[in-house]
Design a protein around this ligand. Structure first.
Ligand SMILES: Nc1ncnc2c1ncn2[C@@H]1O[C@H](COP(=O)(O)OP(=O)(O)OP(=O)(O)O)[C@@H](O)[C@H]1O
Length: 256
């Protein structure tokens, strides 16, 4: 994160939103800038309740910027974002994620000086509708490796364990939507397989997800729908199964 990120103004109060029954997240015509640099150019994105959505695109195409704009870390310079039926455009990240988003940023985000146990327990809270499905014990069952490291500091963990802890922390908030940005980056193959297993578990548990990963084949195979960004614009979108068969589109936009 650099100083070129535009300051986000004070959070505005929630404006009237759409009904509860609509998609969990809906972004319409999103624009975002870093200083003078125009990075998102009118992006539309919808994530249904319980839907797994993949976000694909080559390096620098705007995937992380889109995520940061969705959760209010970066102020949208145009367009709107609705979460759980509320217009959250311009709101502070803390307010937006409180509506039920578990965000696992690229590069993780665990507290290095707190133990694994403390990292998890401090994140614990019921979900937006009071759901408490994800308890400390369930996270332990999901990541047996973390249960062996409970007393260790976050900073003493391997990269893979830190990633598991970051995902575990997000699950402890009992989210309706998990956002995973490059969750497998830089990890050894066995750990990568473990992370994909958990991404599958999250999907099966009915939590919606937005998944960014370099392994686009894996993303296509483990999501319902995918959106492909090129230079801050959606250039391909559709059912993952259909996109997986679109060799020409994948070649053109993902360079494969
Ligand atoms: N903090 C920043 N300040 C200025 N420009 C930025 C900043 N972060 C990203 N950019 C630029 O915005 C564009 C989109 O970057 P972004 O990180 O969103 O892409 P990405 O698709 O997530 O790619 P990657 O996989 O490399 O992270 C790129 O041109 C990038 O150089």
């Amino acid at each position: 994160m650099t100083s070129t990120i535009q300051d986000r103004p004070a959070a505005s109060s929630a404006r009237a939103g759409t009904a509860e029954g609509g998609p969990f997240l809906q972004a319409s015509g999103l624009h975002a800038h870093y200083g003078q640099s125009h990075v998102l150019h009118g992006v539309d994105l919808t994530i249904g309740r319980g839907e797994a959505v993949g976000l694909l695109g080559r390096n620098g195409m705007g995937k992380t910027t889109l995520i940061r704009t969705l959760i209010g870390q970066l102020q949208a310079t145009g367009g709107t974002v609705q979460v759980a039926g509320r217009d959250v455009t311009g709101q502070a990240p803390e307010q937006i994620v409180r509506l039920g988003i578990g965000y696992v940023p690229e590069g993780r985000g665990v507290f290095p000086n707190l133990s694994v146990r403390e990292n998890l327990l401090m994140a614990a809270r019921p979900g937006r509708k009071g759901q408490t499905d994800w308890t400390f014990d369930r996270v332990m069952q999901t990541f047996p490796r973390l249960s062996e490291r409970l007393g260790n500091g976050g900073g003493q963990l391997s990269g893979g364990e830190q990633q598991m802890l970051a995902i575990g922390r997000a699950l402890m908030t009992n989210p309706d939507l998990m956002i995973l940005d490059e969750a497998t980056e830089g990890l050894a193959p066995l750990v990568v397989a473990e992370i994909w297993r958990v991404i599958g578990l999250i999907r099966a548990s009915g939590i919606a997800s937005l998944v960014v990963d370099r392994n686009y084949r894996h993303v296509l195979a483990t999501t319902d729908r995918c959106v492909v960004l090129e230079k801050g614009r959606v250039v391909l979108a559709g059912e993952s199964e259909t996109l997986a068969a679109d060799e020409a589109g994948l070649h053109r936009y993902l360079g494969v």
